[in-house]
Structures are given as C-alpha cells and as structure tokens.
Design a protein around this ligand. Structure first.
Ligand code: NDP
Ligand code: X2W
Length: 342
C-alpha cells in the first residue's frame, strides 16, 4: 500500500516531527507541504534535520494545495482546521493535531476556545477503552493535547477499575517545544534556562476540560481534575505526576494489576518494572509512554508518574499511529519504540 500524505504546518514543530516519522514510514509517500507566512521558503531552513526534504518549497495552506492526498495532517494553530477540512470533503482522511475537534461539549468549547463549536471527531488515543474501534477506518481524527495524552493514560486504569475517588491532581513538567516555535518572550533562553516556572494555575489551562472529558468517560461519573503545568529548561518531554485518593481496601498489588491488565498488550505504553521510575529522556523520539505507580499509605493516595515526548507520542507519533488505524495498516507501522537517551 502507498499512502500519499500532505502536511499543513510543515514549518512548525509538530509538522517537523510528523515529517521525521513519515520519512521512515515504509508505506508513505510525502506530497504537499504547506505553511503560513513561511510559504515560499525551503523546508531545510526550518528543519535542518530533515535532509531528504531540504529542498522542498513550502506552499500556501489552501485546500487546493492539500487536495489529492489520501491523508492530510493539519499541524496548524487552533481554529484553522475546520474550514480546510470542510473544503477537503470526504476524499481525504484528515488528522488534526490542533484542539478544534477534541471537545464534545459546545459549552466547553465556547468557554475555553471561544466561538462556534467546530464539531467533535474521534479522539486519537487508541489505548483508551473503546477508542481503537472508533479510530479504525475513521475519516477524521482529533489528535489529543500533549498533556492529556500522558495524563489520561496515567489515570484511566485506576478510574476505570474504581480504585480511586474521581478527584485527580496532575502536575506535569514540560519542555518548551510544547509551545510551538513562534517567538514568545517567556520562551527566550534567558527566561527558561536555569529556571522552572508554573503557568495556567488554578484550573486555567485549556487542557483541563479535555482531561475531565477523558477521565469522566471511563469513570462513569464526573471526575474533578486539578491540573498544573510546569515549564522546565528542556526542549522536549513531559513528566506528569498524577494522583487520586485511594478507595477503601485498595492496595499496591491491586493497583499494579489494574495497570498491567490495561497495558500488558499495548506496544506503546509500558508499565516499568517495579523500582524503575519514568524519565523523559527514555521516551525522546519514541512513540511511547512510560508509567510507574506507588501507593502512599499515609496520604491514602495512588501516585502514577508518566513520561512521554510531547512531540512524538504527545502529537506526531500519536497522529501517525491513528493514520495507521485509519488506513488499515498495522498500528505500529513505521513508529519508533526506542528512545534516544541520554
Ligand atoms: N508542540 C507540541 O508539543 C504540540 C502541538 N500540538 C498542536 O499542533 C499544532 C501545531 O503546533 P506547533 O507545531 O507546536 O506550532 P508551531 O507554531 O511550531 O507551528 C505552526 C505551524 O502552522 C503554520 N501557521 C501558522 N499560522 C498559520 C496560518 N494563519 N495559516 C496557515 N498556516 C499557519 C506555521 O507556518 P509559518 O512557519 O509559516 O508561520 C507553522 O507551520 C497546534 O494546533 C498545537 O496546538 C498538539 C500537541 C502537542
Ligand atoms: C509549554 C507549552 O506552552 N505547552 C503548550 C502545550 C500545548 C499542546 O501541546 O497542545 P495543544 O496546543 O494542541 O492543545 C501549552 O501549555 O499550551
């Protein structure tokens, strides 16, 4: 099978990571590459690592440029996907790395992003209960936010098995590439190097409703989520420390069993051997999430720590995994399982 793909937003971080993965995908032919203000420039100017595509010139992001492909990846800022997807129609599978089609509830959309709800697409974490069947053969995929990917995978088995109360706390350290490559003063090296800082504190981050949506759907009841992101001086990676109050009688063995049952057969989600704790460097460049858990008997809480590369499993790798499901290829095709640590 040859899957002809286009990437809109190819000059950005998510677009660049998509191309890195697609270049080594055995069934993919890379077609149109588009951008915004950087249209007309060479891809090599933006992604010097992508040598085989260095001389490709970026086109304007229009439906006409993106037409005629089997799969179109949209790696554009929020709010740019719905109109282009509508113009492409059903001829192409469209995989949106942005937030436009993630939230089910129009009221949530209006509160967190503003404006009219662009509609909900099948949500791209295949490892969540029931998700894989919805993604297989789908013509549309909403790729999750990078924080919700690792944090949902960390908390879902405990909530689905009823081991914890529906009241989660997530504190997640992230590298700066999560913010994209547009210039922003708080991402200057003088601000970031040698310092860690919080943002979006007090339920103010727009990934909170996405997490609540994912966790509540498996818990079967509304789940409260307190989410705090922490910006750290690294380019890639997320380390999420998640916890929730343990229900009466739940011990460490029962908790571990729930995670091994949930992920024992998953190629990309690894529950580490006891005593080993996730670290971002072990997941860099790999389409993996590493998890470990512990019971804190004095606090009465289950603690789950998860690591991922925000650009790989947290965006582009997850997107390619969903493409494989959508086109009927084995889910793992072309995706790296091994990180580049140290
Ligand atoms: N970075 C991450 O870890 C993650 C990102 N995402 C999502 O992926 C999407 C892309 O993010 P990211 O790559 O980080 O962002 P970047 O800012 O790095 O890249 C944005 C891309 O979109 C293009 N673009 C910007 N404005 C327009 C426009 N008006 N019309 C057409 N193209 C435009 C840019 O082109 P140009 O260079 O010409 O400006 C660039 O190619 C976002 O929706 C983001 O939320 C999701 C999960 C994680
Ligand atoms: C460091 C940093 O700023 N990270 C971004 C992560 C955004 C992301 O990955 O996802 P979406 O934009 O696709 O929702 C943030 O917190 O907004």
């Amino acid at each position: 099978m040859t899957v002809r793909v286009a990437v809109a937003g190819a000059s950005g971080y998510a677009g660049g990571e998509l191309l890195r993965l697609l270049l080594s995908h055995p069934e993919v032919e890379i077609g149109a590459l588009t951008a915004g203000g950087n249209a007309g420039t060479r891809l090599g100017q933006h992604h010097p690592n992508l040598m085989p595509l260095a001389d490709r010139v970026l086109a304007d992001t229009t439906a006409a440029e993106l037409a005629g492909h089997d799969v179109v990846f949209l790696a554009l800022p929020h709010g740019h996907s719905a109109a282009i997807a509508a113009e492409l129609g059903d001829d192409a599978i469209v995989i949106d790395c942005g937030a436009d089609h993630r939230l089910n509830d129009p009221t949530d959309w209006a509160r967190w992003y503003g404006g009219e709800h662009p509609g909900t697409w099948p949500y791209g974490i295949p490892e969540l209960p029931g998700a894989r069947d919805r993604l297989r053969g789908s013509r549309r995929v909403a790729v999750p936010g990078c924080f919700p990917t690792v944090s949902s995978l960390a908390l879902v088995p405990a909530l689905a098995a009823g081991l914890v109360e529906p009241d989660a706390v997530v504190v997640a350290v992230t590298g700066t590439s999560g913010a994209g490559r547009a210039l922003k003063p708080h991402l200057l090296s003088a601000e970031v190097m040698g310092s860690a800082s919080v943002y979006g504190v007090g339920g103010a981050h727009r990934h909170t409703p996405e997490l609540i949506q994912n966790l509540s759907s498996v818990a079967g009841e509304p789940v409260k989520v307190s989410f705090t992101p922490v910006l750290a001086p690294m380019s890639r990676g997320i380390l999420a420390t998640c916890s929730a109050p343990l229900r009466e009688g739940v011990d460490a063995d029962a908790a571990r069993k729930a995670y091994l049952d949930a992920y024992g057969d998953e190629p990309f989600v690894h529950v580490l051997p006891e005593g080993h704790w996730p670290q971002t460097s072990a997941t860099l460049g790999a389409n993996t999430v590493h998890l470990q858990l512990a019971v804190d008997p004095d606090a009465g809480r289950l603690i789950i720590v998860g690591a991922e590369d925000n650009l790989t499993k947290g965006t582009a790798g997850g997107a390619v995994q969903c493409m494989n499901l959508a086109v009927g290829l084995p889910e793992t095709t072309g995706l790296p399982l091994v990180g580049v640590a140290p």
